[in-house]
Write a protein that binds this ligand. Sequence first.
Ligand SMILES: NC(=O)c1ccc[n+]([C@@H]2O[C@H](COP(=O)([O-])OP(=O)(O)OC[C@H]3O[C@@H](n4cnc5c(N)ncnc54)[C@H](O)[C@@H]3O)[C@@H](O)[C@H]2O)c1
Length: 562
Amino acid sequence: MRATNIILTGMMGAGKTTIGRDLAKQLHKRFVDLDEVIEKRAGTSIPELFEHYGEADFRKRESEALADILNHTNQVVATGGGVIMREDNRNLMHRDPVIWLALDSTTAAGRLVFDGTRPLLASGTGDSSVVSEIEKGMANWRYLERERRWAYSLCDWIVDAAESPAVIVDEIMAWCRRWQDTHPDHSSGKHPWKVDHLRVNVPEQPYHIHCGWGILENLGNRCRAEAGLQQVLLVSNPTVFQLYGTQAEKSLEAAKLKWDTLLIPDGEEHKHLETVELIYGAAFQAGLDRHSGIIALGGGVIGDVAGFAASTYMRGIRLVQVPTTLLAQVDSSVGGKVGVNHPNGKNLIGSFYQPALVLADLKTLQTLPRRQFLTGMAEVIKYALIGSYGLLGDLESYEHGEVSRAVLQAWVQESCKLKAKVVAADTEEAGYREILNFGHTVGHAVEKVAGYGRYTHGEAVAIGMVTATILSYLRGYLAESDFHRVVRLLRAWGLPTTIGELSVPAIITACRLDKKSRAGQMRFVLLERLGSARFGEIITEDELAQAFSIQRGGGCDEDSGN
Ligand SMILES: NC(=O)c1ccc[n+]([C@@H]2O[C@H](COP(=O)([O-])OP(=O)(O)OC[C@H]3O[C@@H](n4cnc5c(N)ncnc54)[C@H](O)[C@@H]3O)[C@@H](O)[C@H]2O)c1
C-alpha cells in the first residue's frame, strides 16, 4: 500500500475532496483532485467548460487528466462522480484500489448547495424558486445515482459516506493497514485487495458477482449501497454461522441495516419445503416487506433453500448470495436456479430467480474441509472441459502444486464467467444451458446407485465426466490421448474416475430415468474437443455399456492399451 494510489469515487456530496485531503495527510500521500486538475489545465471552471464545450468534451478532458495523474504513484485521487462510468477510465484505475464513498439521498440533500456550480444537477428550466431548484437538483441527483450505481459497485471497498469525515478516514486507514504488508501475486501481478467483478447480463436485472479476499466484512455496505436494502434476514446454518456469522452481522450493523438471523439445520436432508416454511415464518416475524432482502450465507444448500424462499416470499424479494463453499461460488450461486428437494427427487421444486448481488469471499474457503474443496474443483474442471482450453492447461500446471489466492481467484472468476455466459444465453434452460450438465447424467446415477452420501456431488460428477469423455472418444470427437488427459487431471486433483463395483445395469436404468431424458432416449453432453461441448447427443444403452466397460476395465489407465 505504501506507494499505491488510492482512488475515491462516489456521487456529488459524498465528501471525496475533504476525505481525500485528510486521508492523504494521514497516509503521507499527495492529494490530487481530478476536477481541480481539469480546471487548471483548461484555465476555466467546470461549469464554464460544460457551458461552452458540452459534456462530451469535458469527459474527454477528464480521461486525459486521469491518465496523466495515474502515471504517478503514492497519491490519493478524488475523482469526479461520473469518471467510473467509462470503461477506458476503469481500465486506467484497474491497478489501484478504488473506494466508493456511498451516499444516501437524504444525507446528500442536507449537504449539497444548488448554486449552479454543479452543471449536472442544474435544472435549466429557468424556474427561480429556491425550493424547486433544490427539488429538481435532488431529482437529478437521484436519477444520476441510480444510473451510476452499477459502475460504483465495481469498486474494491465501500464506505458509508453519511458518516463524519473522521470516521470515514479511520475506516479507510484500517482497510489500508490490513493490506500494508502484502505484495502482488508473483505470477499474475494482481494485488490481494483487488476484487474481481463479473456482470451477469440477465434480461430481468443485470447483477454483479464480486469475488475477492476478506470482502465479507463489506457485506453490509454492499447490501445497502449496491442492492438498496435497508432490512434483511440473514439465513445460515450453525456450521457456517459459527465461522462467519459474527463477521457478517458486524458488517450489517456497521452499515446500519435492520437485520434478523435465522439458522436452519446443516445438511442436504434439510433442503425441503418445511425449511422454506421456517424461513417464511422468520421473515414475517421480522416484518420483512417487499423492499427487504434475504441473505444466503453458506454453501449450495443454504443458497438454494434461502434463494427459493426469497423468490416466493411476497412474490419475490431481493436475494443476496454469499457462497462459502467452492461449489457454491463457482456453480450454485451463479445462474439463478433456486429450489428444494421433494420425496420424488432432488431439486424438483424450484424456480429461476436472479440475485441482486453475489459476494464470494475466497477467505471463507480456508475452513472448508479438503473433500468439500475438491468437490468444487470437479466443477472447475468441468468448466475447463466444456468451455475453456486455457483454464484446462492452467489446472494441469497446478496439478500437484500449491494454489495461490490469486490463482484460485482467477479460476473462480473464469468458472463464473463461463457459467454466466451460458446462463445469459439461455436463462430458462431451453437448450444451450444443457452443456453445464456435462458429467451429470452418470454423476446423478452414481450418487443414486451408490446410495446418497457415499460420493460427494463433485466426486460423482468426476466419474460421470470420465464416462462422457469416453463416449466422446467412441463417437470419434476426441483422441484417445484426450481422455487419458482428462483422467490424469481428475486423479491429480484427488477425484475418483471409475465406477468401481457399482452395478452397470442399475446405473444405466438410473440414466434412462434422468430428468434430461426425452421419450425414453438418453441425452448426453459430450465434448467435441477439449474445451468445447455439444449437447443433446442421443446415446444408446449399448454405447453406454461399452463406455462403462472401458472405464471399469482399466481403459482409463494410459498403459492399458485400450
Ligand atoms: N442452484 C444450482 O444451480 C446448483 C448447482 C449445483 C449444486 N446445487 C446444490 O448445492 C448443494 C451442494 O452445495 P455444497 O456442496 O456447497 O454443499 P453444502 O451447502 O451442504 O455445504 C457442504 C458443507 O460445508 C459446510 N460449509 C459451508 N461453507 C463452509 C466453510 N466456508 N467452511 C467450513 N464448512 C463450510 C456446510 O455447512 C456443509 O456442512 C446441493 O443441494 C446441490 O443440489 C445447486
